[in-house]
Structures are given as C-alpha cells and as structure tokens.
Write a protein that binds this ligand. Structure first.
Ligand code: HPA
Length: 248
C-alpha cells in the first residue's frame, strides 16, 4: 500500500485527527527537518505528517530545510507526498477560498538548496521535470475535491517566489504574462527534491488572498487568517477522503 506523507503549510501545522500517533525525530545528512515526523492512523491507514514551517511556526519560506524534510520523509518510508500550500490568486478565476491542483510551476526562487545531487557525484544527474507534479496523484486529489463538493480548479501554474515579502504589483503582472495562475513561496525546491528521490508529489493549493495589485485594497493578514480557517478544515476533509478511498 502507498505510504502517504502530508506536508502541512501555513494554517496546517497539525493534523488533530492523526490517531495513535508517534513522533519520530530524525537527523539527516542535510541537517534537521522542520520538526518531528508524526505517524498515525488517518483515514483508516498509516500516514505521516510534517509541518513545513515547524511547530510553532519557526521557519520562513526561504529558511525551510526542504532537503532535510523530503529526505526524512523518504527515509521514514513515505512513497507519496501530498503538499498543502496557501497561495495568492493571480488568474481572476482563482478567488479566495478556492482550491487549485497545479499541473505545472515556474520557479522564481534563488539561493535555496535545490538538489540532492551536488556532492560525491559519479555522474551528473538531470531529472526529467517537464511535468513537476505526479499526474496520478493529482487525479486522486481532484477526485477527492469533487467528491467533497468544494470549489476547485483542476489545473494551474504555480509561480514560486522567494519571499518572505509579498510581491509587487508589477511582479505579479510579469508572473501573469509568464502564465502563472497562483503564487506561493514554498512549492520549490520541494517538488523537485521529491522527484529526485522518486517520490510521488502533488500540491493542494488553497487561495487565501488576491495576489498583489489584484484587488483595490492591500493584502490583509486578518483576511488571510479567516480564509485559512475554513480552507484548512476543508483541505483536511479532502485529504482524509483521498487517503481513505485509496486502496492501493
Ligand atoms: N504571494 C506569495 N505567497 C503567498 C501569497 C501571495 O500573495 N499568499 C499566500 N502565500
């Protein structure tokens, strides 16, 4: 059976319904992950959970040790990563509260540790990343979103910025021209690292605000919090549905 790991982003720092949990503290050749990995029963099977920003929220997007996180999950036995990410909406169809299961991404980050393949190399390794998300896993997410009846987009291009500041309006216009539908700060290099370790990987993105310049008012943290509150509880329902209905 597929062993799922959930990486929780902003608003999803814990999975309260993870039953009979045990925690695993693991160090890696790449340093410490964001926190302990929790393993427990979720949706009727064993699932792992890791909070991307730590618990309490300690690591800003550019400070997360993505290599340690992905490596630790693989080492603990995960086959498949379901990543939850809060994002801003660029495309007008991506309103606050909507989910998106991106099919592609553009990486605007810099100075992050991007690869496991940078030391003691027998040969240079270039992974195929033409489809950065695992399609099969995306379809499982889309099926669960449809079954729960939430508003979602089954496609989208995720633009990953460096943060921690939000973008300028001009940056968002450029990203829109590039083809980005949503913008976040934590999708990369996580997705590429999962591919390097041959893990399945898909992203459940929750739009929590209109991106910079896309609304007449400034981006409000209070508004983001209130969208997150409902959205995260919906996201948990989607994850339980996916995991509980997958018999592979
Ligand atoms: N930009 C970048 N990351 C984000 C945003 C945004 O507007 N909203 C939530 N994460």
């Amino acid at each position: 059976m597929t062993v799922y790991a959930i990486i929780g982003g902003s608003g999803l720092a814990d999975l309260e319904d993870l039953r009979n949990r045990k925690s695993i503290s693991i160090n890696t050749p790449y340093g410490e992950p964001s926190g302990d990995i929790y393993i427990g029963d979720y949706g009727g099977r064993e699932v792992m959970f890791l909070s991307r920003h730590g618990e309490p929220h300690r690591y800003a997007p550019h400070q997360v040790n993505y290599r340690a996180n992905v490596w630790a999950l693989k080492e603990t036995g995960a086959d498949s990563i379901l990543a939850f990410n809060a994002v801003g909406g660029i495309n007008h169809a991506m309103g606050a509260g909507k989910f998106c299961v991106p099919h592609d991404l553009i990486d605007y980050t810099y100075c992050r540790q991007q690869t496991f393949f940078d030391k003691d190399l027998d040969k240079v390794t270039h992974i195929d990343f033409s489809k950065p998300y695992t399609n099969e896993l995306r379809i499982r997410l889309i099926t669960a979103l449809a079954a729960e009846g939430f508003d979602f987009s089954a496609r989208g291009v995720y633009g990953c910025t460096q943060g921690p500041r939000l973008e300028t309006a001009a940056e968002i216009i450029r990203m829109e021209r590039d083809g980005c539908d949503i913008v976040g700060m934590t999708g990369m290099p996580e997705a590429a690292l999962a591919r390097e370790l041959e893990l399945e990987y898909a992203c459940l993105a929750l739009v929590v605000n209109p991106a910079a310049g896309k609304s007449s008012s400034e981006i409000s943290m209070a508004e983001i919090e209130s969208v997150l509150q409902v959205g995260v509880s919906n996201a948990k329902a989607v994850l339980v549905r996916l995991i509980g209905s997958d018999l592979r």
